[in-house]
Design a protein around this ligand. Structure first.
Ligand code: AMP
Length: 184
């Protein structure tokens, strides 16, 4: 079983839901930059205050802010981990690689959850988080295509990508992910 993992995919593809299930079942540390940033916003830290407006508009938080949170967390984890929603830019991916080389823990698999835009939008509107209104969703999808999608080729060139069509039930998708993680 692979235990140093990264979940990639557009907003609404189910990364968070699946990450929680896999982490619970296999005792991995779940590192979601979205959750960590929302906690900073609620706590009104300097970082949270800087991130809040960007998040509300569906823009990405700057690489240096995101990396400052992730680096400390990653270095504190001793066993397996699952990165959810990070990296989201090639700059973040390159910085991540430097950190992982330093702590001698390379990524073992990248799971790419794919879903068409109509279903993504439908799911996000149902979820109804603060940043899940029609206008912000459209922007988050655009931002994903421009800034995050290039990571698919980045990780594919390293032989790490495993694509999953994420339009089944929660249980079905979990099983597909498990089969990928056990077989690769
Ligand atoms: P998520 O919960 O992953 O959908 O993230 C919610 C919001 O947090 C995103 O729309 C971004 O504004 C911000 N965010 C989360 N992760 C990152 C990241 N790795 N880089 C930049 N911004 C992020």
């Amino acid at each position: 079983m692979k235990k140093r993992l990264l979940f990639l995919g557009p907003p609404g593809a189910g990364k968070g839901t699946q990450a929680k299930r896999i982490c619970e079942k296999y005792s991995l540390s779940h590192l979601s930059t979205g959750d960590l940033l929302r906690a900073e916003v609620v706590a009104k830290t300097d970082l949270g205050n800087k991130a809040a407006v960007l998040m509300a508009n569906g823009e990405l938080v700057t690489d240096d802010l995101v990396l400052s949170i992730v680096e400390t967390k990653l270095k504190a984890i001793s066993s397996g981990w699952l990165l959810d929603g990070f990296p989201r830019t090639v700059g973040q991916a390159e910085a991540l690689e430097r950190i992982l080389v330093e702590i001698d823990q390379l990524i073992e698999a990248v799971v790419l959850l794919e879903l068409n835009d109509d279903l993504l939008i439908e799911r996000l509107l149902l979820r109804g988080r603060d940043d899940d209104n029609q206008e912000v969703i459209t922007n988050r999808l655009d931002v994903y295509r421009v800034k995050t999608e290039p990571l698919i080729d980045y990780f594919r060139s390293k032989g790490l990508i495993h694509s999953i069509q994420a339009d089944g039930s929660v249980e079905e998708i979990t099983q597909l992910i498990e089969s990928v993680l056990k077989c690769v």
